[in-house]
Write a protein that binds this ligand. Structure first.
Ligand code: NG6
Ligand code: CA
Length: 507
């Protein structure tokens, strides 16, 4: 099937020029780096007022760019959130975008237009490095991990990829570079299953004595890899297993190398960290440094990765003409399934900032995420209170690159380029967010649709924000969603409910 990206207005002209001139034109285009943290909350970064953990590199980025205070992920978990960033489509429009197992088939179909396609079609070199979590191969459970895994990231716009298939806590625990498992010994092939254990292979449940590095607090009792039990079963591939302490080092090194190799060519780097997702096993040089155990230490490690990328840009003279977007896929969680002392050592730290809920929640902390953008050449530094959603990155960058996008692509993405570049604060009229139920916020008001789902998750200690009754909060003032005003403002409930329902039936 044909891709839905039709071509680039600007590139057509550039290609018609003599090649040196064309190259010069191309070289003026800004490089773009997306740094997508995992589970980093609004309150986890010192540039958002956090006092316990210092994140100086992120702070440096914030101080030379724009810090958004009302930015939203589309969903309160990874897979749907990432799906929406890369496709410009609300994940809840598709039933198959929930948290993906490690053997999920490709969720973004090769015929869909992606953010990476936009850049690639504009002549950029494109790369995805780090956590993927959007499936690989044609069909769930049918991948051959011992050969070229196809379709893969090359089919959705990435020239280069070095990824973890899913998450740190899901098998297979290997890096996949350009759709092949790294360091695989053909005599020890990998098998993966999400349905049944492999005969003779120990699991966390059957062999807890093997859990020498971290034990689960809930779930995570299947394959044992590096003294940690995970989700899913895996056999073989011993030479290919990642070393948990070195994940940040490995992916940061690959990202740095990609930048270095493309210093003379515009590039788009999608850098998705494993930090600070569970299992949190930062490198020993960060261990004990935050005083908050592995969760805090992983925040320091994340900050280090950011610093390495920025240092590389500085060294290559690329800082001025590189747009860096830093954000997180969903809100924070403290105990996400391992006994890593995150709860015990949290102290006064508030990962969710002034908001209620957290990862998995319809309450604000689930999807109100940190969001920074810097482009020293063009963007004045400051703070923006504009209402924006990650789903808008697609149309905004398409606009920056003058890309002509087919009408069916990125249906939910709005061009907010002037807002992202700090020219004004005319953000969205409303944003829709997903955490089981849907909610809609105008920045002023927030409405959470009624739902029969659980109100509380005892394992992660999360208020999920579900209620059988409609909920209406004056989110601008009542940031902790303390007072449900639905009964006092039935008109607001009706207007927002109608807006939400109209969005649901679109397309
Ligand atoms: C949950 C996992 C959690 C995390 C999450 C996905 C259990 C008990 N919990 O099911 O640890 O992996 O899925 O997180 O298995 S996300 O940030 O990638 O969406
Ligand atoms: Ca996440």
């Amino acid at each position: 099937m044909k891709k839905r990206v039709l071509g680039m207005l600007g590139v057509g002209t550039a290609l018609a020029l003599p090649s040196t001139e064309a190259a010069a034109q191309t070289s003026q285009r800004p490089n773009v780096i997306f740094i997508l943290a995992d589970d980093v909350g609004y309150g986890d970064l010192s540039c958002y007022g956090e006092k316990t953990v210092k994140t100086p590199n992120v702070e440096a980025l914030a101080s030379r760019g724009i810090r958004f205070t009302d930015a939203h992920a589309v969903a309160a978990t990874s897979t749907p959130s990432r799906y929406s960033i890369l496709t410009g489509e609300y994940a809840w429009r598709r039933p198959d975008t929930g948290v993906a197992p490690g053997d999920a088939g490709m969720i973004i179909k090769p015929e869909q237009a992606t953010l990476a396609d936009i850049f690639k079609n504009a002549g950029y070199k494109t790369a995805a490095v780090g956590k993927w979590h959007l499936g690989l191969g044609n069909e769930t459970g049918k991948q051959d991990w011992n050969n070229l895994i196809t379709p893969g990231l090359a089919d959705i716009g990435f020239d280069y990829s070095y990824i973890m298939a899913a998450t740190g806590d899901r098998v297979p625990c290997v890096f996949v570079e350009n759709q092949r498992v790294v360091n695989l010994d053909p005599n020890d092939p990998i098998q993966v299953s999400y349905s049944a254990p492999f005969a003779g292979e120990p699991t966390g449940k059957t062999h807890p004595e093997l859990l020498t590095v971290q034990r689960p607090s809930h779930g995570h009792d299947q394959a044992v890899v590096n003294g940690i039990s995970r989700i899913g079963y895996m056999k073989g591939g011993r030479s290919a297993l990642w070393n948990d302490q070195y994940i940040a080092d490995s992916i940061t090194a690959k990202a740095v190398k990609f930048i270095e190799e493309n210093s003379n060519h515009p590039f788009f780097l999608y850098f998705a960290t494993n930090d600070i997702h569970v299992p949190r096993v930062p490198h020993p040089r960060f261990v004990g440094k935050s005083g908050m155990g592995p969760r805090g230490d992983a925040i320091l490690e994340f900050d280090w990765s950011v610093g390495e990328l920025m240092k590389t840009l500085d060294k290559l003279g690329l800082t001025e003409n590189t747009i860096v977007v830093l954000t997180s896929d969903n809100g924070p969680v403290v105990d996400d399934g391992y006994q890593d002392q995150a709860v015990e050592l949290l102290g006064k730290h508030r990962p969710w900032g002034p908001f209620r809920g957290g990862k998995y929640s319809n309450f604000e902390a689930g999807t109100r995420i940190p969001f920074l953008i810097s482009w020293p050449d063009k963007v004045k530094k400051g703070v923006s209170n504009a209402l924006i959603s990650q789903v808008d990155l697609f149309a905004s960058f398409a606009n920056l690159l003058d890309a002509k996008v087919d009408g069916n692509a990125a249906p939910d993405s709005k061009n907010l380029l002037p807002v992202l570049l700090g020219k004004n604060e005319n953000g969205r009229e409303y944003v829709i967010e997903q955490a089981g139920a849907l909610s809609i916020t105008t920045g002023e008001w927030k409405y959470i649709e009624p739902s029969n789902r659980n109100t509380y998750d005892k394992y992660t200690n999360t208020e999920l924000g579900n209620s059988k009754e409609p909920q209406l909060y004056k989110i601008k003032k009542d940031r902790a969603e303390k007072t449900n005003l639905a009964a006092q403002h039935p008109d607001k409930v009706e207007t927002l409910g109608k807006l939400l329902n109209a969005e649901k039936v679109k397309r």
